[in-house]
Design a protein around this ligand. Structure first.
Ligand code: AHR
Length: 304
């Protein structure tokens, strides 16, 4: 499926002559968010595009008002990294009225492509879940009890990373039992405190699938604090941050599926093509790499 400025409703534009607004959802303490924002800023700078930005610090109503502010500050194109997938109506209505194209990066906004937004640029999150399951199956040799540290609720990333993981475990690993799942909110503290509870209630747990690196790092802290050693509990995570890949080298984490946050080039390329009246895909999937003990040492320098 594709979208054009004609079908979206609006006038062609030259990207170098418009102001672009970028709305970041989460605080930039997570390297995923730091790298994502940096990628948008760097690409804007390289192209000489006038960029204004806002950060909602994980507060959804703040993000809605941030995007409204970006529009009132003259943004004519919006790049949004949404916190939640639902609840965007006030923004979508206002953007439609002003004919402002919206590009979403990473998480999706629920709505109709080429009507509510132009395009979604992100990973295949179901596939990330499947790849994490493959890593867990390999790490446990197909046998054991596994816990899931879910991401934050209310977005497609958590749902799809769960879906892909369960689907693959059910299909390929009858010897693996999923015995626990709780949200750690995609934060390091959340991952640590949920893991502390987990090892109290299920001390024999064999594996932890943390749906992002920050929670996985929190899990390592909890396990270390409880006197467990590296590799006692097999941990698989998603993101590809430097610290998580270093933990593979140290033996604490078995595998990391990358979630590539470097959306800048794709987002500005899409905005430019859209402004020029070209067809733009309504779903642009970014490539994710993968790390395990076979390549972590060699490739840790590529991690963000
Ligand atoms: O939506 C993507 C997720 O959000 C990343 O995996 C995570 O680190 C961030 O919080």
């Amino acid at each position: 499926e594709t979208c054009t400025v004609d079908r979206y409703g609006g006038e062609p534009f030259d990207l170098s002559e418009v102001r672009v607004g970028f709305s970041q959802s989460e605080a930039e303490s997570n390297p995923f968010r730091i790298t994502e924002t940096e990628s948008i800023r760097t690409e804007a700078e390289e192209r000489g595009v006038d960029l204004i930005t806002a950060n909602a610090q994980s507060d959804f109503s703040q993000q809605i008002s941030d995007v409204q502010d970006l529009m009132s500050q003259g943004a004519e194109v919006l790049i949004i990294a949404p916190l939640n997938s639902d609840g965007w109506k006030p923004v979508l209505d206002e953007a439609a009225e002003r004919r402002i194209p919206i590009i979403t990066v990473d998480r999706a906004i629920n709505g109709t492509a080429c009507e509510d937004f132009v395009t979604f640029i992100g990973s295949d999150f179901v596939e990330q879940g499947r790849r994490a399951a493959d890593q867990m199956i390999a790490a446990l040799d197909g046998e054991g009890e596994v816990a899931i540290l879910l991401g934050a609720a209310g977005n497609n990333v958590t749902t799809e990373r769960t879906e892909g993981f369960k689907e693959r475990i059910e299909a390929e690993a009858p010897g693996i039992e999923l015995v626990f799942e709780q949200s750690g909110d995609f934060t390091r503290e959340g991952g640590q405190s949920v893991t502390e509870q987990l090892i109290q209630s299920q001390p024999d747990i064999d594996g932890i699938y943390a749906q992002n690196d920050e929670m996985g790092i929190g899990a390592v802290t909890a396990l270390g604090g409880a006197g467990r050693g590296a590799g006692d509990v097999r941990i698989v995570t998603v993101d590809g941050t430097r610290t998580a890949v270093e933990y593979i080298v140290d033996g604490w984490i078995s595998g990391v599926v990358e979630s590539n946050p470097r959306f800048g080039p794709l987002a500005f390329e899409a905005a430019e093509a859209f402004g020029a009246g070209e067809e733009v895909g309504t779903q642009l999937i970014i490539t994710d790499r993968e790390y395990d003990s076979s390549n972590a040492e060699e490739e840790v320098g590529d991690a963000y």
